[in-house]
Design a protein around this ligand. Structure first.
Ligand SMILES: Nc1ncnc2c1ncn2[C@@H]1O[C@H](COP(=O)(O)OP(=O)(O)OP(=O)(O)O)[C@@H](O)[C@H]1O
Length: 276
């Protein structure tokens, strides 16, 4: 197992290059020796995982293997669960986000999150998007705010469908539109990373296809990490895949390699449906 992780890390580092727009090097996030427990029960065991920028990393594995728990480490959402204790380092922009000096609220604007079930605020479509920029003081004028709302809705592929009814309630939209609204809301505060926890599980196949197209578009700009139960979805949308089992990272690598030529027996058993 160790060999696999080391090899994949080398592959990633070999592709290291300077991002001209942001002046950043890959990987975007470096997770080192992450352990997570809920009370006495350990859910994540010593996971180290580099996450590259401008691509989609899929976390897959059987129910209860720790995918969501690990995802929540990346924006410190586990802080909100009293029994949960996280150790290890998650380096972003040269800082360990687990450092007590890091403000989790600010962190969550840099690392946005989209949940299983679309959860628009009980506000208008416009205010759903404007909320974040307002509380983070990102817009100086009303024109700035209008522009941010339009840009976010355009990026989320929703503008044409809602531009004539921005004052309607967010929850008057269809499920798929609501999920794109939630993605637009995450984008509005200019995140660098977007976490998605099974974003299509409440959607029909047409709405799912629309979100998958959107994810493919967004990856040109953002670092995206997605938890999915669907191996087909992981294969369709991600460039890298990490396979979790019983709280361990069994294997990670290029998505094509994981699905066509897994190195570990447990990965092969899972992707061929022998368990999980
Ligand atoms: N809030 C919590 N309190 C206590 N234990 C928890 C909590 N959340 C998760 N766990 C436990 O941690 C382990 C990992 O759960 P997690 O939800 O991260 O797995 P998962 O792979 O995302 O599962 P699923 O695919 O079913 O959503 C499980 O044993 C689960 O019971």
């Amino acid at each position: 197992m160790e060999t696999t992780i080391t090899e994949s890390r080398e592959t990633l580092t070999a592709g290291t290059s300077m991002d001209e727009t942001r002046g950043l090097t890959y990987p975007r996030i470096e997770c080192k020796n992450i352990n997570v427990s809920y009370g006495d029960k350990q859910a994540i065991f010593d996971i180290s995982l580099p996450i590259p920028d401008r691509s989609v990393t899929a976390l897959i594995g059987p129910s209860g293997c720790g995918k969501s728990t690990f995802l929540r480490c990346l924006n410190r959402m586990n802080d909100t669960i009293e029994s949960c204790k996280v150790t290890g380092e998650i380096i972003m922009d040269g800082e360990n986000i687990n450092d007590p000096d890091i403000d989790p609220v600010l962190l969550r604007s840099r690392v946005g999150m989209v949940f299983q079930k679309p959860n628009p605020f009980p506000k208008s479509i416009f205010d759903n998007i404007a909320y974040g920029p307002r509380i983070h003081g990102l817009a100086e004028t009303r024109e700035d705010l209008d522009e941010m709302v339009e840009k976010s809705l355009r990026r989320a592929g929703l503008w044409e469908e809602v531009k004539d009814r921005l004052s309607s309630p967010g929850n008057s939209l269809s499920g798929g539109q609501q999920q794109r609204l939630c993605i637009a809301r995450a984008i509005a505060v200019r995140p660098e990373v977007i976490l998605m926890d099974e974003p299509c599980s409440a959607l029909d196949p047409v709405a799912t296809a629309r979100i998958e197209e959107l994810i493919d578009e967004l990856r040109k700009r953002y670092c995206i990490v997605i938890v999915t139960h669907s191996m087909q979805q992981a294969a369709r949308v991600s460039q890298r895949t990490a396979f979790f089992h019983l709280g361990e990272l069994v294997e990670m690598g290029e998505t094509d390699q994981i699905f066509t030529n897994p190195r570990e027996r447990r990965t092969e058993d899972y992707i061929t449906g022998r368990f999980g």
